[in-house]
Ligand binder design. Sequence first.
Ligand code: 0X9
Ligand code: ZN
Length: 417
Amino acid sequence: MARWLVIVFCFVGIYRTINCEDNKYDNYTLMKIAPQSYHQLAKLVKLKHDPEGIEILKRSRGLNRTTDVLVAPHKRRFLEQFVSKHGMPVQYKYNYGRHFESVPKSSLRSGFNVYGFNSYDDITSRIHMLAAKMPQLISIQFVGHSYEKRKMNLVKISTNPSGRNPIIFIDAGIHAREWVAPAMAVYIIHRLIKDPKALKRELNGVDWYILPVVNPDGYEFSRGKKSNRLWRKTRSKHTKKDCYGVDGNRNYGFEWGGKGTSKDPCDQEIYAGPKAFSENETQAVAKIMNAYKERIKLYVSIHSYGAYLVYPWGFTADILPENWIRMHNLARMVSDSVVRAGGPAFEVMSAGQWYPAAGGSDDYALAVMGIPYSYTMELTKNFEFTFPEELLETVLPQYYDGFITFSIQIKREFGSN
Ligand code: 0X9
Ligand code: ZN
């Protein structure tokens, strides 16, 4: 359809939003800004996300590490002036919308691949198939419906389901576009049940509860041929305006609505929702935490991108929880084991020291549920959100070694033998 026609249709609101969003990133520019001095870094930290055309895809905390900003055409001049005023080096990726034309055709492909970006339906049928095949080891618990009525399925893996093993609870995919996260969760499931070594090692005395796709509506929306690859939020509707979704990781009921959140339902990135737990999806995660809070000793929420392993508090940079040293040390051990496996080291710090953002699941797990080890894990360093599918085979096993290290510590500290 001619571009002018789309614009007219969007303007008069006849055309469906989904198609208007289709062209959203055409002519956007990705600016990867690398501060060289602490003065520059301080300026960059203050750069505000702007729903009108400045989307900060990743913030950095150190020198020579990029803060990645996706800029709409009408905001590019402003940002160029900002970086040149402060003399910051920038790498440009022009026409960023077009980058998605080279995104793997996984959105179209059907059929499960353990090293792939699988559809929600393929993941769902695979876990049910595994549970039917190995009922003594893996079971599925329905934990709620997403806004668009997709089923949320918790995968429970245990060699002793009637026992009282400590639980490692992992969730992934609260942010729709972070496709590596559900891929990692699915890979963990696969290794736990297929790797004969797992029985004696990471499954011995520890149970694993895994929610592989927390935000299935957003995930499928980001995969659609016609929709928005950079969609982050859920797909609920809380306003009469033509704006959808809530940032699930701003929607939890601890310090809800604080720093790094937005009250604007049209904010594409960090809208916290009309109230805490307005979203079915975050309610379901909280329900799992609550049901097993005495036994969950480790919570990991998998995200992408970057190489960060961060712990509470995320709502502020000013204070740390009383057990932060333990969380910090374990995170360093996990990072070391990923490095030994050939992967990249994680930057380890509190989430708030990275950048404050309130209402996150990691803070809620520690503060409200009393889960003693709580983390957000950001996977993959390059390629932003469009990590090449063919490289999953290399990186997922490296990260898995980090999860083995987690399990060794949980067993050592909380196991019964
Ligand atoms: O901002 C987020 O929600 C996470 N980063 S992401 O790029 N995947 O969006 C980091 C969350 C860290 N935890 C808290 N701030 N509580
Ligand atoms: Zn995320």
